[in-house]
Design a protein around this ligand. Structure first.
Ligand SMILES: Nc1ncnc2c1ncn2[C@@H]1O[C@H](COP(=O)(O)OP(=O)(O)OP(=O)(O)O)[C@@H](O)[C@H]1O
Ligand SMILES: [Mg+2]
Length: 235
């Protein structure tokens, strides 16, 4: 599905990512875990086309996508929910979701996509007429994921979907994400808190100072004391 191969990314003169590689298969949930400043957002922004790798490749279903503009990457099937939610504050919840059906006209009919977005996060239905500033941070996070889903993408890319959420709301977001995988989409999640990695995560990557230092099942990461010193302290 998605393959990131040995990308090196610079921001101005700073070498931020070093030979980062990761894979996300069909219907897989993959987590990229690392401390603050480790390079998670830079990795996701490179996948989404906001940054261009100096070397290496990003492929979606075998097609190279690195260097393409973000709107093209979205149309090719990557739905994006950024760290700050990035919802349009002047639009209502319903309009925020609907706009994805125009951004990527290919895929299921618009009405079906909108219905799926609300089915995953039923709480949003009640707020359909509200605008961004009238919502809590947690509601905005859910809307951001719902909007990415309404694109009907092959894969969703979620940057810290649990960040800043109260413990009471985390299960609703986690269940929503699980529901999305049941609908057949792949998901790549960046997370700085290892305790937030959902139990249905198939594969985990740990990034530290711009380098992938672990790739494997989450259970194996927990068995490695050197690793738990790093990601355990990210909690
Ligand atoms: N626009 C920028 N200019 C210069 N340096 C940047 C810029 N954006 C990010 N960096 C640097 O790149 C490194 C990786 O940042 P990144 O945002 O990818 O980390 P992160 O893992 O997402 O962290 P967080 O958990 O805080 O979101 C950090 O050292 C950061 O200071
Ligand atoms: Mg980040």
């Amino acid at each position: 599905m998605l393959s990131v191969r040995e990308i090196d990314v610079y921001i101005q003169a700073s070498h931020i990512l070093r030979r980062v590689s990761l894979e996300v298969g069909a219907r897989e949930v993959v987590c990229l875990v690392g401390r603050n400043g480790a390079g998670k957002t830079t990795t996701l922004r490179t996948i989404m086309g906001y940054l261009r790798p100096r070397t290496g490749r990003v492929e979606l279903q075998g097609r190279p996508i690195h260097g393409r503009p973000t709107h093209e990457i979205a149309r090719l099937g990557l739905g994006w929910a950024p760290e700050d939610s990035g919802i349009f504050p002047d639009l209502t919840v319903a309009e925020n979701i609907e706009i994805s059906t125009w951004t990527r006209p290919e895929g299921r009919p618009a009405a079906e996509r909108i219905e799926r977005a609300y089915r995953v996060f039923p709480g949003l239905r009640r707020y359909a007429a509200r605008k961004g500033p009238e919502m809590s941070g947690g509601e905005r996070k859910m809307l951001s994921i719902a909007r990415a889903l309404a694109l009907d993408p092959e894969m969703l890319v979620l940057d810290e979907p649990f960040e800043g959420l109260s413990p009471a709301i985390i299960p609703a977001v986690s269940e929503g994400i699980a529901e999305i995988t049941k609908l057949g989409h792949s998901i790549l999640i960046a997370e700085s808190n290892i305790h937030h990695v959902p139990e249905y995560t198939r594969r985990l990557y740990v990034i530290e100072r711009g380098e992938i230092i672990f790739a494997g099942p989450p259970e194996d990461a927990w068995r490695d004391p050197a690793l738990t010193r790093i990601i355990g302290s990210a909690a």
